[in-house]
Ligand binder design. Sequence first.
Ligand SMILES: [Zn+2]
Length: 149
Amino acid sequence: MLPTYQDYLRENGLVELPKYLCPQPGCKVKGPAFTIVNIAPEGEPYNFICSICHDYAQNQIELRNRLRKEQEDELRDPWSTGHGAEIRAIRNRLLEQSNWAIQADSPLTPICRLLFIEYRKLLNSLTVDYAAPYLAVMPEAPALEFVTP
Ligand SMILES: [Zn+2]
């Protein structure tokens, strides 16, 4: 729990004020004393801001940390997040949708079936063949050729 302005006043034997203007520049919050929190690190002088500014600052820090983590993940494996993950999801869907074409009971001609096997090989190795998602080129699906009865 962060020490409040009330705690600070009590500790220092000061009179409690019913209202306290948030010292954060641009903030117009005039809250009851208990909404004022100390954001100074331990051992540092008190630095009070209102709980709204405090929550906002916390959210900004969390957002920044999340973005930094996403960027680090992307650097580590560009296919794991963001654009890379989207392309991978599309690739996976294309693999699912073309699975029937290579089955033993496929209605496609043997040549067409082989073309689908090659096509799916390219889809499978997409994340290996291309170092970065923005370089990736999706292979084109072969035209369907059915065995004529
Ligand atoms: Zn404030």
